[in-house]
Design a protein around this ligand. Structure first.
Ligand code: GAR
Length: 215
């Protein structure tokens, strides 16, 4: 059985889908959820699911990334994961840290990489007039939002989209993609997972968007 640690900073919806997927004949189990943010909503969700949690608040380190990462590393070593999943973990990691976990660390990013590394991915997709958006799960290497792609899922961009509506449509796909990639990766299979386009057809997505506005 592979041991999985998940690093979060916020609500942890991706973390929840990963934790909930690791049951039955899944080849992995969650052993730790770690947050750099003591107020991350995901911490309680992990605890509710019986997963051990840890907090390494980055703020007292006052920009000393090496010291922050040493503290994260110490927590990870206690949990001895085989795989580390970044799931909405909003700290940039140094090459020293990612190098220690290379080949064993995954990240989910809300764009179709290599497009839109970094922040504000949905606004950037809208500004560019893209017809399609999506998300990527990739292996973490020294460069930000780089590294071998392990899976992608696509959604249509609608004329009425705001960054928020697009983010919600992409997040649904993150919840399908990340568990599918983790399961495959935990079996030692690094072939990319390519999901059929989600968010249904533009027309159906537009209708469900209207329905959501009515509730
Ligand atoms: C997700 O959309 C994830 O792709 C994004 O943050 C969100 C976290 O949501 N990650 C990044 O932007 C990393 N650069 P969650 O806490 O509900 O999983």
């Amino acid at each position: 059985m592979k041991r999985v640690a998940i690093l979060i900073s916020g609500g942890g919806s991706n973390m929840v889908t990963l934790v909930d997927s690791m049951t039955g004949d899944h080849p992995a189990r969650p052993v730790l959820v770690l947050s750099n943010n003591p107020d991350a909503g995901g911490l309680q969700k992990a605890a509710d699911r019986g997963v051990p949690t840890a907090v390494v608040d980055h703020r007292p380190f006052k920009g000393d990334r090496a010291a922050f990462e040493a503290a994260v590393q110490a927590e990870l070593e206690k949990a001895a994961p085989d795989i580390v999943c970044l799931a909405g973990f909003m700290r940039i990691l140094t090459g020293d840290f990612t190098g220690r976990w290379e080949g064993r660390m995954l990240n989910v990013h809300p764009s179709l990489l290599p497009k839109y590394r970094g922040l504000h991915t949905h606004q950037r997709a809208l500004d560019a007039g893209d017809a399609e958006a999506g998300c990527t799960v990739h292996e973490v290497t020294a460069n930000l939002d780089d590294g071998p792609i392990l899976g992608q899922a696509r959604v249509p961009v609608l004329p009425s989209d705001t960054p928020e509506t697009l983010a919600a449509r992409v997040l649904e796909q993150e919840h399908r993609l990340y568990p599918a990639v983790l399961e495959r990766f935990a079996r030692g299979d690094r072939r990319p997972v390519l999901l059929p386009r989600g968010g249904t057809s533009p027309i159906k997505a537009e209708l469900s968007e209207q329905k959501n506005k009515n509730v």
